[in-house]
Design a protein around this ligand. Structure first.
Ligand code: C5P
Length: 403
């Protein structure tokens, strides 16, 4: 999409990821956008206003108390004379100030004076991202309607630590900007969707559980893609290490039975997409205390009980959503098994994928799927999980439109 004529106020916070903002400026300008950069004092320790100014071909705003800057546009106009405000990188400090309405420098004053949408691309050490204070601030900003892209999982530049905290790549940020500014219709506006994602954990005792290798990447991407098309999405997520997707109401659960309850609570809905790898069985009588290893006694026998089938429950529910979509992780006979699942679970569409270990799909970044409908089938080429999600959301919108 072209961003011709779009005016972006880019707030650059102080983090090592600020070097990526230089590339972000280039990518935005390539697409025709005008970028007005605003740097915090800390940002100037990482990249220079000279480089930012040269790449953006714009004055670089840095100082709330600069007579020149305030006479030129002033922090109020700076915040208003744009189509979108992007904060990249957004530090924990900047988010904390925003969440609490502080305004002690040009960036925070402009952010407080804004009347435009804001997209935040956080970047920080994973511990800082996980800190309860940061979590509270992020939840607060999301509740205020602020959009997020990332942080992503990866290795940190400074410490080599791995975890959630890496800033989204410039092109990912550009994609999110395009989505927010696109005049494209939002075909799922006014529609409610429920998505399940991730594995479930079935307790054996308070410290042990049965789990599976699902990462939640595909389900989370679908929740986000449906929200982008305007749906009001409730994502019921099992235990995953992913950040909550932007613009989605997330309910975190552990066990299949909790997932079922959360899904049924979220009804009525127009769309249900059940992506979670729900454990088929739970331990029939999970112990309330840690099971001790007893010398001389053999290992305990685990007696399993069948878990509720959430997809089938929804597919046959009296408040059944108009469109029910299931997934089928198969290692063989993908088509035949997928079609049988469609019937058994009362779904309108089964997205079948081959999860044989050699495909690397489980936990990986890419997916290759076959769509099985009542009246036909289609295969998609191998795509990233984000692209599968975007295509599937479009498909869902089309199916609802035709129904
Ligand atoms: O039967 P199977 O587990 O292969 O079915 C996969 C589909 O059913 C997925 O959409 C999954 O989310 C859903 N499912 C469910 N509850 C279960 C088992 C599977 O919702 N207990």
């Amino acid at each position: 999409m072209s961003l011709a004529g779009k005016q972006i106020l880019l707030v650059i916070g102080g983090g090592i990821a600020a070097y990526k903002s230089l590339d972000l400026i280039r990518r935005l300008r390539e697409r025709g956008a005008c970028v007005r950069p605003l740097m915090t004092a800390a940002a100037q320790q990482f990249v220079t206003p000279l480089a930012v100014g040269a790449l953006s071909a714009s004055h670089v705003y840095t100082d709330l108390f600069s007579r020149e800057d305030e006479q030129d546009v002033g922090h109020i106009r700076l915040a208003r004379e744009c189509d979108l405000i992007v904060i990249a990188p957004a530090t924990a400090d900047l988010m904390a100030k925003m969440a609490n309405g502080l305004a002690d420098d040009l960036a925070t004053a402009a952010l407080l004076a804004r009347d435009k949408q804001v997209l935040v691309a956080p970047a920080m050490n994973p511990r800082m991202w996980e800190n309860p204070a940061t979590k509270r601030n992020v939840a607060c900003l999301k509740a205020d309607g602020i959009a997020f892209i990332g942080p992503m999982r990866g290795e940190m530049a400074e410490s080599g630590e791995a975890g959630l905290g890496r800033m989204a790549e410039p092109l990912e940020i550009v994609g999110a900007i395009e989505d927010m500014l696109s005049a494209r219709s939002r075909p799922l506006q006014g529609k409610k969707a429920i998505v399940t994602s991730g594995p479930t954990h079935e307790p054996i005792d308070p410290v042990r559980y049965i789990a599976n290798r699902s990462s939640g990447k595909q389900g989370h991407a679908i929740a986000e893609a449906l929200a982008r098309l305007g749906a009001e999405v409730t994502l019921v997520s099992g235990p995953v290490t992913l950040a909550d997707p932007a613009g989605v109401n997330v309910i975190h659960v552990e066990r299949a039975e909790d997932m079922r309850d959360a899904v049924l609570n979220a009804l009525p809905a127009d769309i249900a997409v059940m992506v979670a790898a729900v454990a088929d069985w739970r331990v029939a009588d999970a112990s309330t205390h840690k099971i001790k290893k007893q010398p001389g006694e053999g290992p305990p026998a685990l007696v399993l009980a069948e878990n509720p089938d959430i997809l089938a429950t929804v597919g046959h529910h009296q408040a059944r959503p108009r469109l029910v979509v299931g997934f089928a992780a198969e290692t063989q006979n993908v088509s035949v098994n997928g079609r049988a699942k469609l019937e058994r679970k009362g779904a309108d569409l089964i997205v079948a994928n081959d999860v044989s270990p050699e495909t690397g799909i489980m936990g990986g970044e890419r997916n290759s799927v076959r769509l099985i409908y009542r009246e036909g089938e289609e295969s998609w080429p191998e795509l990233s999980k984000a692209d599968v999600a975007a295509k599937l959301a479009e498909k869902i919108a089309a199916m609802l439109g035709n129904a």
